[in-house]
Design a protein. Sequence first.
Length: 391
Amino acid sequence: MRTIEPNQVRPVWAEISASRLATNFRHTRAAAGMELLAVIKADAYGHGAELCAPILAGAGAAWLGVTSVEEGVRVKASLGMLPHFLMPRILVMCGVWNGEAAVAVEHGLTPVVWEEYQLRLLEEAARKRSLAPGSFAIHVEVDTGMARQGVLDLAAFAALLAEDSPLRIEGVMTHLGSTEEADSPLNHEQMHRFASQVSASKLHLDWVHAGNTSGVDAAQILTEIKSIAATCGAQPMARSGLAMYGYALPLTGDAEPHVHPALQPVMTWKTRVISLRDVPTGATVGYNATFTAPQPMRLALIPVGYADGLRRELSNRGHVLVHGQHAKIVGRVSMDLTILDVTNIPGAAIGDEVTLIGDGVPVEEQAALAGTIPYEILCGISDRVPRMVVE
């Protein structure tokens, strides 16, 4: 992820609204009614983790979730010299690998673990730094039905830690596979398994957490998180990623969305018109002539393509905004260039600002055209698109 320096880059950039990001976080935390871990993994879903982390910390986020130790180190550095009472904890959500454990311990990150080798790597790293018994916090994930990451027997896993281990199981978590299906029995089955595992472990914990944006939006698991946390003297916590950036998946079933209606998209992806031309009836446009002008047309060229993350599936289907009006993509989206129909946009000129994603060009619409989900569209905006914070 690159930040932007005016007049030093080609005219393709993304603006990140600080006020919208902070508002989305506060709204989602209020809807959850408990502590909320703000997920900024995958470079904050394409928004720039190092830009978003300080904004979320300023909005009151006590926890930030990242993918890896490397991402966690960069995020912590971005927080600079925040006062200790404002410094969020950083949860490394996808475990540790060889060489990462020492870095996690050095930087005070909190890893999620579920394999014995992860425990041993972290124990070795903590002992090398002469950490006292129980002084380095970890969270353990419980697999409740996704067959992905997580332990199957929490009590047995906890027993792998000796009394003098420098590690301490501070929190336990699980992840649900169907939260956007509000009436799916799988959600409650998973939470029941989670409750059983926590109860059987007899652990005294500080944190119990589960869920995602859809889980908070539908609210169907929040009571269960609180109940499980109460049984082991822990604080309940929900997790949310997509809502931070202004989106939520549509809910199925009878659930009334608690979060989605108030969310505002944080990113506006922009470019500029770099060329204009008039073409006659019958002119072919782009690779393989997939578009033929049915009448005389005025075409605008923008310097963005699928190498930037503008999906090729939008060829001859998608649209962007020029002068606040829809301009259809004509011809194939190519690697670095895309052509727009501005025939009916009077005054379109070289240098005009073009909105690729933002108000009036929703990510959900592009995702539907591309046959995917908003997550993939956002995460697919490439590193060569610089990000800048506005507002």
